[in-house]
Design a protein around this ligand. Sequence first.
Ligand code: FAD
Length: 301
Amino acid sequence: MAYPGVICDENIDAHNLTSFCIGGKVNYLITISNPDSVCNVIREIANQGLPIIPLGAGTNMLVSDDGYSGVFLKLGDHFCKVERTSETSIQARGGLKLNELISYLTKNKLSGLTFLSGIPGTVGGAVAMNAGAFGDEIRNHIISVHAVTMDGDELHLGKSECEFGYRQSIFLKQKIMVLTADIHVTPGESIEKEVEEYLAHRKKRHTPKGRYAGSVFKNPEGNYAGKILDESGMRGMRIGGAYVSEKHANFILADEDASANDVLELMKIAALRAYSFYGIKLYPEIKLVGFDLEWNEIFKI
Ligand SMILES: Cc1cc2nc3c(=O)[nH]c(=O)nc-3n(C[C@H](O)[C@H](O)[C@H](O)COP(=O)(O)OP(=O)(O)OC[C@H]3O[C@@H](n4cnc5c(N)ncnc54)[C@H](O)[C@@H]3O)c2cc1C
């Protein structure tokens, strides 16, 4: 594949692509830094019949030990920027890391998005996942999104067209790649203090040290997955190199020798316990890549 500003790596270890640092080989990692090449590159991959998954920072993903026979599409340097577009708006590009976005907002005294402090993903991943914390979600601040479909067609979607839901969006449902997001911000003064408070809160309440991908399961309606799993006796449970955090039962951590299968088996036990003890079906928030598994099947016991 020869396009300017496009790098194609083959046979990459998933270890290097996700925060779990586990998983097998990924056939192709294509990094696009040239906006003019995006549509053509996607069309060429689609013409070859290869599956494509947009990849951000890999902080909400588990790749199978057998790897993934397809293409991870990543946004390169050109897409790692943010600019002010009006007194009350910014345009953030999809590949920008959220911590870099927070630094920009702090430096420019812009409020509204500080609840994202400490989430280790990218803007594209956060928009696709409708990332949220402390009672707020990114959808509450989105104006519009510029994106590209996996057929190589560009789209400009207003907020209502993004079909945002709890950790859900049209970008996930239809595998549409977020290129840039126009986002509301509010000029303010004490941004640094807001960020510090969120980070301190996160450190106290949420964050274990180690390799993991944030919350494993989505919260079921009117309840918390962490609470259900805690009451199901999951804290500290271990399979192979994977274990449930002692701090928060909705976090699974991976030791260096953990396999993706260890994590998956632990997830299945957790979901089955929640189902058999409370009749509640838990569904993964993390994205399972390269697994031959229909999650609903695990409840058929
Ligand atoms: C320590 C830790 C704390 C976390 N805390 C939170 C939290 O408080 N709240 C929260 O919501 N999440 C949290 N997460 C999970 C994760 O960081 C977020 O979901 C984040 O938004 C994912 O971004 P990413 O770039 O890493 O996405 P990835 O993990 O790379 O991808 C996740 C999904 O988004 C899709 N995607 C990625 N980039 C794009 C793109 N450009 N266009 C379209 N689709 C894309 C992928 O295909 C995949 O389906 C946490 C994770 C960790 C490790």
